[in-house]
Design a protein around this ligand. Structure first.
Ligand SMILES: O=P(O)(O)OC[C@H]1O[C@H](OP(=O)(O)OP(=O)(O)O)[C@H](O)[C@@H]1O
Ligand SMILES: [Mg+2]
Length: 181
């Protein structure tokens, strides 16, 4: 399934699978002795695909929760406004929380979310992102579990969209500029 809108494949299905297994093993090791529930919080919609792969690579019990958050809409640059369309179902006070994202780009979304969730007094809060574009950062974000750093190119696939398209590509690729310019 190679879309003609894709200029170049950045990470193949196999490369993604291997890195997700490593991240899952690292998380399982780090929380091995944790007595409290570990909440994996997926930030929809982008994190949907990575989340379901990641949790199956973590060999210990975890609870799921989700938020629906949007700031890009149909554009290739952030609106700067983080809209919470669905909040968590469960209180996280005293719990271990891992926020799971597909990508941290300007950092606006994650900076906002981490501040907001810290205010609910979890026992700990860590960030897991499959991709990070450090060159685009506007708001500071410390990433505890990172799949790969990527250059400043607009990526799609493996959950990442442009105007809601391409999320179901099994690989990650660079979107041709002519599609969004
Ligand atoms: O670091 P930032 O510049 O804030 O960008 C990262 C955010 O942008 C994308 O979400 P988007 O708003 O596109 O919603 P989506 O997950 O539904 O695609 C992505 O899933 C992150 O949540
Ligand atoms: Mg998006």
């Amino acid at each position: 399934m190679m879309s003609s809108d894709i200029e170049r494949v950045t990470f193949s299905e196999e490369q993604i699978r291997m890195r997700v297994q490593e991240l899952g093993a690292q998380i399982a090791r780090d929380y091995r002795d944790a007595a409290e529930t570990v909440y994996c919080v997926g930030i929809l919609k982008g994190a949907a695909v990575f989340f379901t792969d990641l949790v199956r690579a973590i060999d210990r019990p975890v609870a799921f929760d989700f938020m629906i958050v949007s700031s890009y809409g149909d554009a290739a640059v952030s609106s700067g406004q983080v809209k919470i369309l669905k909040d968590l179902d469960f209180p996280i006070e005293g719990k271990h929380v891992i926020i799971v994202e597909d990508i941290i780009d300007s950092g606006t979304t994650m900076h906002y979310l981490k501040q907001m969730l810290m205010g609910r007094h979890p026992k700990s809060i860590r960030i897991c992102a499959f991709l990070s574009k450090p060159s685009r950062r506007v708001a500071p974000v410390e990433i505890d579990y990172l799949g790969h750093e990527v250059p400043d190119e607009f990526l799609v696939g493996y959950g990442l969209d442009y105007a809601e398209k391409y999320r179901n590509l099994p690989y990650i690729g660079v979107l041709r500029r002519s599609v969004y310019e």
